[in-house]
Design a protein around this ligand. Structure first.
Ligand code: BES
Ligand code: MN
Ligand code: ZN
Length: 484
């Protein structure tokens, strides 16, 4: 969908939307029947409410949507308004939406956030739906924000980059596992080089040479070779400063391996690369808006399959850190991928801060459902920064504890640790496992986003399906802590 800003309404066919803040009177320039209709429908400008009217205009009729913005609307409310409009019109047959702010008295941010909400909510992936009836196809092609105060385009520019990043994450997450596997994931990321992102890739030989026995142990049951994808964006102009690092779990399909998952719902495991998808989308967003930050994004990309060559429960693998792991359950593969990716980034980039994102445990969904991602950290400061970024961005987080008592749960009789603890506190023992790979006083946070990557029903800014969770969070975290 195209976004445009203009001083005047376009000519030709369009739907007109007029924002109405809660408890405010309608624009007196509207025909009196608008106010009577609003009264009859009890339309009071509540957030998300839309009153659809057909008003006379120059001998014809104008489809007009009075759109509730709620009381004292902030950026979030404007996004919700844009989103509600685009959800309503997406397959309506209408092609152009005009949101007229000229009499709304809003600030420059409002117009930009309305466009952002409309754009994000209009995203869908119909690539494989070849028989979709014409009436079910998206018709909306353009949103024109009219009469926003000067500065609206400047407010839009970074949001445009962010929307690009989110859309990219959603695409990666939506694609099935026969299309997105480690090598093709890398392929899709390569065009980011045009934005100035430096990309390098480790193949299996390179990872073997580096000693990544845990990541390669997961990959060895698959015909698809593993990859470690490294994306670097430096917008600081200083090449010597240590970076911030994002690390993503990129299991392009998780069957469980020899500890095979039950069939029901296994198709969901195509989005077990949602952490890696968020890392790729965040790097893309930061590069697209030329963020003043030095950041590396690492994606550990593997497919977890059962096979004659697959690793077995009881196998002991040696990680890049030198620590050994007894693989009790081959379905606890995410931590085996992440631990080597964590060691690799610390040895090669000495990051001051690491944030890993992973669809790591089903237990996280039991604890938090689909409202918050789980946050685990060795730094209270970093945890607070992430919680704040979560609140501000809408990608909400909730913090969980870490302690020696939880760490004991993964002791092994034969190796330095085992890859699973008991069922109780399963998300925490998974985090404790990762913490064992953090060196020195590196600040580290782990985000278990298992419940957030995929939505069974539409949300404010997404349809059902891939949400793009994590991209806004990381973008906000960077903006708040590294760019001011
Ligand atoms: N990818 C799964 C976690 C998951 C489950 C994410 C459901 C999203 C929805 C992960 O690899 C896994 O299988 N974890 C196991 C760990 C267990 C064996 C300790 C789990 O959560 O059951
Ligand atoms: Mn698994
Ligand atoms: Zn998994």
């Amino acid at each position: 969908m195209l976004v445009r800003f203009s001083d005047t309404r376009p000519s030709g066919a369009y739907v007109l939307a007029l924002p109405v803040a809660a408890g405010t009177a309608l624009d007196p320039a509207l025909p009196p029947l608008a106010a009577s209709a609003a009264g009859a429908a009890r339309f009071e400008g509540d957030k998300g409410n839309i009153l659809e009217l057909y008003l006379p205009e120059e001998g014809g009729v104008r489809r007009t949507l009075l759109s509730g913005a709620g009381s004292n609307p902030d950026a979030k409310a404007w996004e919700a308004l844009g989103s509600a409009l685009s959800a309503r019109l997406l397959t309506s047959g209408e092609e152009v939406l005009v949101v007229d702010l000229s009499r709304a008295g809003t600030d420059a941010g409002a117009g930009a956030h309305i466009a952002f909400g409309a754009l994000l909510r209009s995203w869908r992936y119909d690539l494989y739906r070849t028989r979709l009836p014409e009436k079910s196809r998206p018709s909306l092609k353009e949103v024109v924000i009219v009469g926003a105060p000067a500065g609206v385009e400047a407010a839009w520019a970074p949001l445009e980059g962010l929307a690009q990043g989110i859309a990219f994450t959603r695409e990666l997450v939506s694609e099935p596992a026969n299309i997105i596997y480690p090598e093709s994931f890398v392929e899709r990321c390569l065009p980011m080089r045009e934005l100035g992102v430096e990309i390098s890739v480790l193949d299996e030989d390179a990872m073997r040479a580096a000693g990544m026995g845990a990541l390669l142990g997961v990959a060895q049951g698959s015909d698809r070779p593993a990859r470690l994808l490294v994306m670097r964006w430096n917008g600081t102009g200083d090449s010597g400063n240590p970076p911030l690092a994002f690390v993503g779990k990129g299991v392009t399909f998780d069957t469980g391996g020899i500890s095979l998952k039950p069939p029901a719902g296994m198709e969901d495991m195509k989005w077990d690369m949602g952490g890696a998808g968020a890392v790729a989308g965040a790097i893309r967003a930061l590069a697209a808006r030329k963020a003043k930050v030095h950041v590396v994004g690492i994606c550990g990309l593997v497919e977890n399959m059962p096979d004659g060559k697959a690793q077995r429960p009881g196998d002991v693998v040696t990680t890049m850190s030198g620590q050994t792991v007894e693989v009790i359950n081959t379905d606890a593969e995410g931590r085996l991928v992440l631990c080597d990716a964590l060691t690799w980034v610390q040895k090669n980039y000495q990051p001051h801060t690491i944030i890993d994102l992973a669809t790591l445990t089903g237990a996280m969904i039991i604890a938090l459902g689909h409202e918050h991602g789980g946050l685990f950290s060795n730094s209270d400061t970093l945890a607070d920064q992430l919680l704040a970024a979560g609140k501000a961005s809408g990608d909400a987080l909730w913090r969980f504890p870490l302690s020696d008592a939880y760490d004991k749960l993964i002791e092994s009789p034969i190796a330095d640790m085992k890859n699973v603890g008991p069922r109780d506190a399963g998300s925490i023992s998974a985090a404790q496992f990762l913490l064992r790979y953090i060196e020195g006083d590196t600040r580290w946070a782990h985000l278990d986003i298992a419940g957030m990557v995929w939505a069974a029903k539409p949300g404010t800014l997404w349809d059902k399906g891939a949400t793009g969770f994590g991209v806004r969070l990381l973008d906000q975290f960077v903006a708040d802590n590294f760019e001011r």
